[in-house]
Design a protein around this ligand. Structure first.
Ligand code: CIR
Length: 255
């Protein structure tokens, strides 16, 4: 959770057509841009360099850059996003990562894996299978990261939840913010868990970024728990990304 860089992509006008599990209204582009600017400013305020990419109108969900890649110290790994309208985002991200990262490895084969299903902790890489990530995709990632000595554990994303990290976030080397439905699955056994407050499950997707914990605005009970635990919380408006099932982690690649 210590990073010198982040990659983000500004939402384009086509973001209003982004995927959503349940339609709760069309995102307002100007409001989305305002929240995005606050998010980038928060990352930068920690001293990190933020590489902002231009909007990609042909990919409405491309603001959610996290799903296209995984950045590890050894290399950047380009994913195979598991929904047809997003698969092409990975191909666009590959040359960007080659430029800023150098070492880039591409997930091959016919499996699928979204970055949103991957939680990298200090001791392992947890990957939740989901509607977007299958066991073949997980195996392909395992083949790549095992050469660098990582332990990769395949777990399950709760039923009906878009991504594994929709329901959890790493707060420090041993602490994870998680919904009860994920924590009770056993996937996070061995970690200290801070549960999202009842009714506030939608804020489980936060990020620890250097000294800050970025969390979506509007979840006061969980915010109080994080403050109580000593975290330096920064609230960011997320109503518009939230309409597209996106949150704090989805909006950046961090390294
Ligand atoms: C999608 O359905 O793919 C986008 N509307 C939301 C992606 C959110 N990304 C993430 O959780 N990592």
């Amino acid at each position: 959770y210590t990073f010198t860089h982040a990659i983000t992509r500004k939402p384009g006008a086509s973001v209003v057509n982004g995927l959503r599990a349940v339609d709760t209204g069309t995102p307002d582009l100007d409001l989305f841009l305002g929240h995005y600017a606050d998010y980038v400013a928060a990352l930068k305020s920690t001293g990190a360099t933020v590489i902002e990419l231009d909007p990609l109108e042909e990919f409405p969900d491309s603001v959610f850059v996290e799903d296209a890649a995984l950045c590890l110290p050894e290399a950047a790994i380009v994913m195979r996003p598991g929904t047809p309208s997003r698969l092409g985002e990975a191909a666009v991200m590959a040359p960007v990562l080659k430029e800023v990262y150098g070492d880039v490895t591409i997930i091959e084969g016919d499996g699928f894996i979204d970055g949103g299903d991957i939680l990298t902790t200090e001791r392992e890489i947890l990957v939740g299978t989901s509607a977007r990530t299958d066991s073949k995709g997980v195996a392909a990632l395992r083949d790549i990261v095992s050469q660098w000595g990582y332990t990769l554990r395949e777990v399950a994303t709760p039923e009906g939840v878009l991504h594994f990290k929709t329901d959890c976030s790493l707060l420090d080397e041993n602490t994870i913010l998680a919904t009860r439905r994920l924590a009770t699955s056993g996937a996070l056994d061995g970690y200290d868990i801070i549960h999202t407050a009842d009714g506030e499950e939608a804020c489980a997707n936060a990020i620890r970024f250097n000294e800050l914990v970025l969390m979506p605005d509007g979840f006061p009970k969980t915010e109080a728990k994080l403050l109580e635990a000593g975290y330096n919380v920064r609230k960011i408006g997320n109503t518009e990304a939230g309409k597209l099932d996106g949150g704090m982690s989805c909006l950046s690649l961090r390294f």
